[in-house]
Design a protein around this ligand. Structure first.
Ligand code: FE2
Length: 416
């Protein structure tokens, strides 16, 4: 396979991944066999809806039939409020827990990571906000995603909402890497169309951002201190495979949500996105979405998806060759055309995939007002870690340019 080494002067490759990944329709039934060698007392973190499903009851029964004691926490909420983590800590005082299972969307998987952390090390989750502040190994974490998008099944970050301070903060550490990810596409068959679309747009953004990131050429000290190293030869493999999978499956899953083949491709593509972002890192679509999500109360996936057409256009001048490579994976490569034409064709095809998902075409449709643009631009720049991953530097002026184009839905804007 051709692997892009653009800007990657030291030829770096870096992956961080679960020890075991089990993928495939029906593989959730392997859960008791996977838990057994790790312990006999499990905590399952899920949400109220999932806990009432037949799939959940079957999983809990299969664990109990194998002699495993199950403690259920079924109150995980979107965005993971810190207060819920404190409630869980209080609930579990005096209980033995050997293994933590996250079952559900990204928040349930992230709850499993932070629960495993506070059960192992105690204290307030706030003590660990930031990068590399987890002092040592945590309880084994098993992730079982029920959406195809966040990549949280393989990532070593948990995002928590600190409601007292009004901010979303990440706890990022290689110690939070799940031990096992069980990725079963059958669990996404009941995912409603709106959530399927939002999570797919998120996955597409992870893949595009990781592939177009800056290569940071880190020193040994940087590698030791930081989790995200930008574009590299190993994440590129996942990015290209993931984009190919999503490009082939998005329209199919929109047409027929019961198409298990399309669901499998979506879930494998989203997994690839998680593998890529876990060391490359996401960038400015994620930085700009964060304040927009807070102001408009719209989903992370729809927000990053709505921004992606404008972020790709902004990055194009420094990423012509990279987007031209993606034209092959997106099925729009023209051998007669030049790199710039192929790059534009790739971006246009990405737009088409977002449109097929029903992602808002502009920020007006997302509920943002023109008066909020300046404030959003200002606050986007606070995500310095994400902005540092982007190939093209971003000033406040640049962020305003992107936001104004995205507000108007101006896809005729090519920042060249
Ligand atoms: Fe995301």
């Amino acid at each position: 396979m051709m692997v892009s080494t653009i800007d990657n002067l030291i030829g770096l490759g870096l992956l961080r991944q679960p020890r075991t990944v089990l993928f495939g329709p029906g593989q959730r039934t392997m859960l008791p066999r996977i838990v057994a060698p790790l312990g006999s007392h499990v905590l399952i973190c899920t949400d109220e809806r999932m806990a009432t499903t037949a799939e959940y009851r079957a999983l809990q029964s299969s664990l109990e039939a194998a002699g495993i004691d199950v403690h259920l926490f079924d109150r995980v909420q979107p965005d993971l409020p810190r207060g819920d983590i404190m409630t869980l800590q209080a609930d579990l005082a005096g209980h033995r827990i050997d293994v933590v299972i996250g079952l559900g969307g990204g928040s349930c998987l992230d709850m499993a990571k932070v629960a495993s952390l506070v059960l192992a090390h105690g204290g307030d989750v706030r003590d660990y906000f930031g990068e590399n502040l987890v002092p040592g190994p945590v309880l084994p974490i098993i992730t079982v995603p029920t959406t195809a998008g966040t990549g949280a099944e393989v990532s070593c970050i948990g995002v928590v909402y600190d409601e007292e301070r009004g901010v979303k903060v990440g706890v990022a550490s290689a110690h939070l890497e799940p031990s096992v990810a069980i990725v079963d596409p059958e669990l996404t068959l009941s995912c409603p169309p709106g959530l399927t679309a939002a999570t797919a747009a998120d996955a597409l953004s992870h893949l595009v951002e990781s592939f177009t990131d800056r290569a940071k050429n880190p020193s040994p000290e940087d590698l030791d201190a930081h989790l995200y190293v930008g574009k590299n030869v190993l994440t590129d493999i996942y990015c290209r495979a993931g984009i190919r999978l999503l490009a082939g499956a998005i329209e199919r899953v929109v047409d027929d949500p019961s198409d298990l083949g399309a669901r499998s491709d979506m879930m494998l593509g989203a997994f690839c996105g998680g593998m890529a972002l876990n060391t490359a890192g996401t960038s400015i679509a994620h930085a700009i979405q964060s304040p927009i999500g807070g102001l408009t109360h719209t989903s992370h996936g729809m927000g990053v998806g709505a921004l992606l057409p404008y972020v790709t256009r902004y990055n194009l001048p420094v990423r012509v060759e990279v987007f031209a490579e993606l034209a092959e994976d997106l099925g729009v490569y023209d051998p007669v055309a030049g790199a710039l034409e192929n790059a534009k064709a790739a971006i246009t095809r990405l737009d088409g995939l977002l449109d097929a998902l029903g992602v808002p075409r502009d920020l007006k449709a997302l509920g943002l007002s023109a008066e909020q643009i300046d404030d959003v631009a200002e606050r986007s720049l606070l995500s310095t870690r994400l902005i540092a991953n982007n190939a093209r530097p971003l000033t406040k002026f640049d962020a305003v340019q992107i936001l104004e184009r995205a507000y108007e839905g101006d896809r005729g804007w090519w920042s060249l």
